[in-house]
Design a protein around this ligand. Sequence first.
Ligand code: CUA
Length: 328
Amino acid sequence: MCSSSSQGATDSLVVCLPDTTNNMFEPVSQSAREIRELSWLVLGICAAIGLVVEAVLVWSILRFRARPHAAKGEPSQVYGSNSVEIAWTVVPCVIVFVLTLATVRTIREVELTEPPSGALMVIAIGHQWWWEYRYEAEGVVTANELVVPVGRPVWLTLLSADVIHSWWVPRLTGKTDLVPNWTNHTWFNAEQAGIYKGQCAEYCGTQHGGMFLRVEARAPAEFAAWIEEQKQPASVVMAAEQGHQLFTELACMNCHEVVGTSDGTFGPSLTHLMSRSTIGSGVAPLDRDTLRLWIADPSNLKPGCNMPSLKLNDEELDAMVGYLLTLR
Ligand code: CUA
């Protein structure tokens, strides 16, 4: 669900609202469920401690408040009470011990050291400020929208092209960082079809807040069909030749891959651009209008992003948008 709003007198800014919840208390995978259960336990224990402390505090404030005719001076003092000392040492130790055991148990269940059997293997690479996804075995490269089959574990190898990012889709699993020159892994198993959203969870620069995550879990047959589509080379439409020509003459092809035309890797692959539903890593819905706004100047939608404005005139813009719209 997206709505347009006006920012200042100049550009129209598109604000994208989540069309599904990203509530971590509504898990759709085993590991997210484990994390929810641990969260309830920790919240419950902490809430109970908070209640007891507040209750004693309020009681003390009322019971020992200053009264106009009360005797002056200090209340009676208690020193060296063994029972009190033992109680406030042992009870917190037991609480911390319980929380530690529960946490270690959950971490062991959530963090695997090797991929579950039959897992779909995907390499996820964090970039400022978008996500690259490489399905190595399938020979598919896409960006920002991870498509996975329902009911099959997905093993993500997490890498970074620049700074530290963090992959967090709360309904699927907990957060794991993508660290330059380091390999991390995470996994999840989506139990229901749907769109699961998230957000880069480690500050990574100006557009950290515009680095959304989107995982689409599809039925296995639909997923297989999607893979087949993605494996096709980019479509060639004669009517879009002028835009295609521009794409190859301008700087576009240095950064973007369009199989059959260019092999840039600095920016997202555009081979099947229009099979995605958002632009700019989820900052706006992908359609003719937002595409035009984006190409005119990406900072219309994503201020600070690394793609420059190519300063195209209206005719060139139309041709370029016309070409990109054919990349299905
Ligand atoms: Cu990427 Cu924050």
